[in-house]
Write a new protein. Structure first.
Length: 97
């Protein structure tokens, strides 16, 4: 009999837990209905995020070019930003025969 009682207690506690969860879920739903949605104020506006992302991409591109040309290519890193460097590179790549 004692084992049977333990089994019934488990079932009743499981049912109680389920009922409590259902009640809590119902309460949350009513709270949502009672409280209108709050307006979210962004710390960083979307337009500023876009500018930051574009700026970071441009900075990483410039940094990569400087490292590639200056460190790996044994040139002056500031020469990457000169037009003559790029015309020379383009002439090497697109060599007319």
């Amino acid at each position: 009999m004692m084992a049977k009682d333990l089994g019934q207690n488990e079932v009743s506690t499981r049912e109680e837990i389920r009922n409590e969860k259902r009640k809590a879920k119902a309460e949350r739903k009513t709270e949502r209905k009672m409280n209108p949605r709050r307006i979210r104020i962004r710390l960083i506006p979307i337009w500023l995020r876009l500018i930051l992302v574009i700026g970071l991409i441009a900075g990483s591109l410039a940094g990569g070019l400087m490292v590639g040309y200056g460190v790996i290519g044994d040139g002056n890193p500031k020469d990457v930003f000169e037009k003559s460097t790029w015309t020379h590179i383009i002439d090497l790549v697109v060599e007319k025969k």
